[in-house]
Design a protein around this ligand. Structure first.
Ligand code: AHR
Length: 498
């Protein structure tokens, strides 16, 4: 049975906010040190950033970067990371049980963001600190001058304010692993105070309240309702985090992870809209999906260091073809919710559960998951269309019955189309007929994808291009395109109509 996908110009989901192609860098493992920063590396810039990594970050096409954590931020003192490097303290990082040298801090990271052409999404510490530290950091970063903290920044050699627009009010404050975990009432009240104070300095900031750190959290739903019950009028977005992994060889459930992400987004939106209705508010709170990825978390639990090393190899997952298919489908899921997901961060960027890997003093390379992300960021058109998909379903143990083929359809309101397709069936290819008749006749179509007979294939320092995008044949048939999606594949199909 073929899969029929029909698109029409008036079935619009919404416009893509380019902040949806964001990412995340945490002071964790080798994310910073020997990841983005390595002054002795042969490609190092005068500021000590790895030039090879900068080139790959630009190629990945990311737009924003969340920093400095993550769990790390919940005991971070931002003051440790500014001023002369020789004066910066070495501190125990309680989140990851490592030693933080503070060689890289706010100003260095912002210089790196400028070099990589990324917008910074700054997270503040709501674990061991609160409103005072947050407004101090805001003044240090964004105030032009003439005050204690803005002049301190200038004294530190940064004359112009950084102008950071996006601020996360803490990280995963619902999680028992989080330093300073709170109840939804405690966090909602403290987010309200913090947001109000920050807005006194700058009413136009984009503020993100912590949502649930997973759909399976026992407080999910209630957390969003109570937190937003406190701070609805003062924040713009509520966060969501989700990680997926292949467990017990259950490929069907793993390949259908996007179904869980979809249900999660819809749950967060429903909770936010419930608060909106209860307040008769005209304002809408959207979602910042600011941590998402494949992460072999079950292998990482309890495997952390005990002896406070500096920048150890932590969470360095090596991604397979099937992981890349899932990452592509998760990103397509975010696109399908472009009406309500207005920011997102692939977690993370370099070395730590990352699309880019490095060796100290050695090469940097693209993991398999790099490819669906970079192709989507480069080729997604601004408008997402609601597709009608008629085809076979597959039964999964974790997510029930799901469509075997998914699509995120993007269009530029002219004649250019890019579709991001996934075949979630691990055993069978799928014949797809993409009907574009509503747009006219198809002049041209081409496709590339990530697929392989060996679903466990990976890229390594020695074989950095083992998993790379491969051509997929397309057949143009007047107003339609026919394409065969290999089993367990992610495919980008581009077409032009006349
Ligand atoms: O991305 C790794 C960790 O996952 C982050 O520090 C934390 O926010 C989440 O639990």
């Amino acid at each position: 049975m073929a899969v029929d996908i029909t698109l029409a110009p008036n079935a619009v989901v919404g416009e893509i906010d380019r902040r949806l192609f964001g990412t995340f860098v945490e002071h964790l493992g080798r994310g910073i040190y020997t990841g983005i920063y390595e002054p002795d590396h042969p490609t190092a810039t005068p500021e000590g950033f790895r030039g090879d990594v900068l080139a790959l970050v630009r190629e990945l096409g990311v737009t924003t970067v969340r920093y400095p954590g993550g769990n790390f931020v919940s005991s971070y003192r931002w003051e440790d990371g500014v001023g002369p490097r020789t004066d910066r303290p070495r501190r125990l990082d309680l989140a990851w049980h490592t030693l933080e040298t503070n060689e890289v801090g706010t100003n260095e990271f912002l210089a790196w963001c400028r070099a990589a052409n990324l917008e910074l999404m700054m997270a503040v510490n709501t674990g061991t600190r609160g409103t005072e530290a947050a407004v101090d950091l805001l003044e240090y970063c964004n105030h032009p001058g003439g005050t204690a903290l803005s002049d301190l920044r200038r004294k530190h050699g940064v004359e112009e304010p950084h102008g950071i627009r996006m601020w996360c009010l803490g990280n995963e404050m619902d999680g028992p692993w989080q330093i300073g975990q709170m109840t939804p009432d405690q966090y909602g009240r403290s987010a309200l105070d913090m947001a109000r104070a920050m807005r006194r300095m700058d009413p136009d900031l984009t503020l993100v309240a912590c949502g649930s750190s997973g759909r399976s959290m026992p407080t999910f739903g209630e957390w969003e309702r109570v937190v937003l019950g406190h701070c609805y009028d003062e924040v713009d977005l509520i966060s969501a985090h989700a990680y997926y992994e292949l467990e017990d060889g259950d490929l069907r459930s793993f390949l259908a992870s996007g179904a869980d992400m979809s249900a999660f987004i819809e749950g967060v939106v429903a909770a936010a809209d419930e608060v909106r209705a209860a307040r008769s508010s005209d304002k809408r709170i959207d979602v910042s999906f600011d941590e998402w990825n494949v992460w072999y978390l079950s292998k990482a639990i309890g495997a952390g260091p005990r002896d406070w090393p500096v920048a150890p190899r932590l969470l360095e997952d090596v991604y397979t073809v099937v992981d890349a298919v899932v990452v592509g489908d998760l990103l397509a899921t975010l696109l399908r919710h472009a009406d309500r997901v207005k920011a997102a961060s692939l977690a993370q960027l370099v070395n730590v559960i990352a699309p880019i890997m490095t060796e100290p003093g050695g090469p940097a390379w693209r993991q398999a998951t790099f490819h669906p992300f970079s192709l989507t960021a480069a080729h997604a058109h601004p408008t997402v269309l609601r597709a009608s998909v008629k085809g076979p379903t597959i039964d999964t143990a974790k997510h029930g019955t799901v469509d075997a083929v998914t699509v995120a359809a993007t269009w530029d309101l002219d004649k250019q189309h890019t579709q991001f397709l996934a075949n979630r069936d691990p055993n069978a290819p799928q014949e797809v007929i993409l009907d574009l008749r509503e747009f006219g006749s198809v002049e041209h179509a081409e496709a590339v994808g990530v697929y392989d007979d060996d679903l466990t294939a990976v890229n390594t320092a020695n074989a950095p291009e083992r998993v790379s995008p491969r051509l997929v044949e397309t057949i143009v048939d007047s107003g339609a395109v026919k394409i065969r999606l290999p089993a367990a594949s992610w495919v980008m199909l581009r077409a032009k109509t006349a």
